[in-house]
Design a binder for this molecule. Structure first.
Ligand SMILES: Nc1ncnc2c1ncn2[C@@H]1O[C@H](COP(=O)(O)OP(=O)(O)OP(=O)(O)O)[C@@H](O)[C@H]1O
Length: 566
């Protein structure tokens, strides 16, 4: 339950709407019970031939209760839904803020399809927590007790039967069903997640699956996931229906008991016969009202499961202290050791280096040596574990990430492209004109693209090299960035395009700090320092000349590369 504390705290912030909805709900509920009780009284009186004139006051009361019920029901709906949606808005904000901070950790833990369905489905389902879990029992508690109190003036035993019904329907049955639900925990949500992941894998990887003749295997996995989802949904529905049936039958049984006890007391002369119809209609209205509680355990179990999952998106704990940077200055990396979750060995081990303001650094090394991990840490996307990263002597964790990114220009190893136009994918801002955009396209040799040309999802209608050049074009639109982080920006380009891109980048970053990650050893002669990384450790560093003179790792890598290129 503690995981629902965040939701409850948000609900408490809307105290006024919550209280007003309970008040209006209570008035509406009591008006309905009064309306039907008064109708029962009227029917009984009319049946024994009381003249209509003697019933004028009761008729007026029935009309008044009808109107009161309609208005208060409106008030209840208005305030309860307002509270619910406001709370949902707060929860969304809290969750998305946390998600923003722990996104990369979560992406490692879950597949993207899972994360997406979590984000949308989990938050949306919390909107029912107030409306279906907290509010109905609170309201029915007051309605039941008031009705029982009222009934006790006419018959102690009828009031006692209603009290037993109250205990059964508000406490015993929901608790028992909740316990049963938790014991046989539903796997519907997990099965739906598996199905959505399998479907995503099948559709996105369709080409490879066909070529490598693995389509059938993936298709079978998809069918299996679909069957499993269907089975668990069916079982869940069956459980829910069984509980709802038991719940309704218990309600009818209590109504029947009230009728039987009433009839017995009337025949015994302990109760005026006029009140039999009153009790009957009163209990029917009361137990029909409580029907809403039959689904409470399902909503409670669901909210609890969802809040547990959402609580995995924990805040980092630094958000209140974050400072905004107005300038990046120099970067210091001190004895950094970093491991990905569940990794057998660290991605980085005791890595230290300095990026002076305006300097050019290249990090080279074989695949998997930890080069890209450095970018994620420098940008605050991954959190440091052992060691420190300091921007102008300020710990990276204490800096507002968006202000770091504002001053940076990044070409990731695999840039993402969205469904839209070339213009959309350039991420231009309001200060950029079409001419500016066309100019950067020309600089990266993409002048044959129109700004309104369509880019498909993930840039699937662009070649690997075109995607890289478009990613570089994005950075050229932001020449003021102080830090340029370039992760293999030319790995898919031919020599001519490669030379051009390096020239453009060098021109643009003359007085800027540049960190180039590459496993190609060309264009490195003018670098201020070259860091050689192997298995997460710095094995060598220095200028191009120094490293070549030393004839160590870098020299050997260069020899191999040259011999391959010859
Ligand atoms: N999200 C992740 N989860 C777990 N391990 C990861 C993750 N990303 C990278 N790794 C591991 O961390 C190590 C360093 O990865 P990194 O991407 O930094 O290497 P790299 O030098 O950039 O490689 P490449 O040149 O192939 O891009 C590798 O062993 C890799 O398998």
């Amino acid at each position: 339950m503690t995981n629902l504390r965040v939701v409850i705290n948000e609900i408490l912030k809307e105290k006024k709407d919550v209280l007003l909805s309970v008040l209006f709900g209570f008035i509406a509920g009591m008006a309905a019970i009064g309306l039907f009780s008064a109708s029962g009284y009227l029917l009984s009186k009319a049946a024994i031939g009381v003249p209509l004139t003697a019933l004028t006051v009761v008729i007026a009361i029935v009309k008044l209760l009808g109107v009161t019920r309609a208005f208060s029901r409106y008030g209840e709906r208005y305030y309860s839904h307002r509270a619910s949606f406001t709370v949902l808005g707060h929860i969304r904000k809290t969750f998305y803020r946390r998600l923003d901070q722990s996104f990369s950790t979560l992406m490692q833990k879950y597949q993207s399809g899972d994360l997406l369905s979590r984000m949308v489905g989990d938050i949306e389902s919390l909107q029912t927590y107030f409306l279906r879990v907290l509010y109905p029992p609170m309201l029915l508690f007051f309605i039941f007790l008031t009705t029982i109190f009222f009934a006790s003036f006419f018959s102690f035993w009828v009031a006692a039967i209603l009290f037993i019904g109250f205990i059964l329907q508000i406490l015993v049955l929901p608790t028992l069903f909740y316990w049963w639900l938790m014991k046989t925990k539903s796997t519907v949500r997990m099965d739906r997640t598996t199905l959505s992941n399998d479907a995503g894998e099948y559709f996105f990887g369709y080409k490879e699956l066909k070529i490598f003749q693995h389509e059938k295997t993936q298709k079978n996995a998809l069918i299996k996931a679909s069957d499993q989802y269907e089975r668990s949904s069916f079982n869940q529905k069956r459980k829910e229906r069984l509980h709802q049936t038991i719940y309704t039958w218990v309600g009818y049984f209590i109504i029947w008991l009230v009728l039987a006890a009433g009839a017995y007391f009337v025949s015994d002369g302990d109760l005026n016969g006029i009140y039999l119809a009153v009790f009957l209609l009163l209990s029917i209205t009361l137990f029909e009202n409580s029907e809403v509680l039959s689904a409470l355990p399902i909503h409670l179990a669901n909210s609890q499961e969802v809040s547990e999952r959402l609580s995995e998106v924990e805040p980092t704990g630094h958000e209140d202290m974050k400072t905004t940077v107005s300038s990046l200055g120099s970067l210091q990396m001190e004895q950094l050791t970093f491991s990905y979750p569940n990794a057998l060995s660290p991605a980085l081990l005791d890595v230290s280096f300095i990026l002076n303001r305006g300097s050019k650094t290249a990090i080279v090394g074989p695949s998997g040596s930890g080069k890209s991990t450095i970018i994620d840490l420098v940008l605050g996307i991954e959190s440091t574990q052992d060691g420190r990263i300091l921007w102008n002597n300020e710990l990276v964790e204490k800096l507002e990430p968006s202000s770091l990114w504002k001053h940076s220009n990044v070409v990731l190893q695999e840039s993402h492209f969205f469904y839209g136009t070339v213009r959309d994918n350039l991420f231009a801002d309001s200060t950029h004109t079409d001419a500016d955009m066309l100019k950067v396209l020309e600089r990266v040799n993409l002048s044959y693209l129109d700004l309104d040309s369509l880019v498909l999802e993930k840039g699937s209608n662009l070649s690997g090299g075109e995607k890289q050049r478009l990613a570089v074009a994005r950075t050229l639109l932001k020449p003021e960035a102080e830090l340029w982080l370039l992760d293999e920006p030319t790995s898919s380009l031919d020599t001519k395009n490669k030379d051009n891109i390096y020239r453009q980048l060098w021109n643009e970053t003359e007085d800027k700090t540049m960190l180039l990650i590459t496993h190609e050893l060309t264009h490195l002669e003018d670098m201020d320092q070259i860091i050689v990384l192997q298995e997460g450790k710095i094995v060598e560093s220095g200028t191009y000349e120094e490293l070549m003179k030393r004839q160590g790792e870098f020299f050997q890598m260069k020899q191999i590369e040259d011999s391959v290129l010859l």
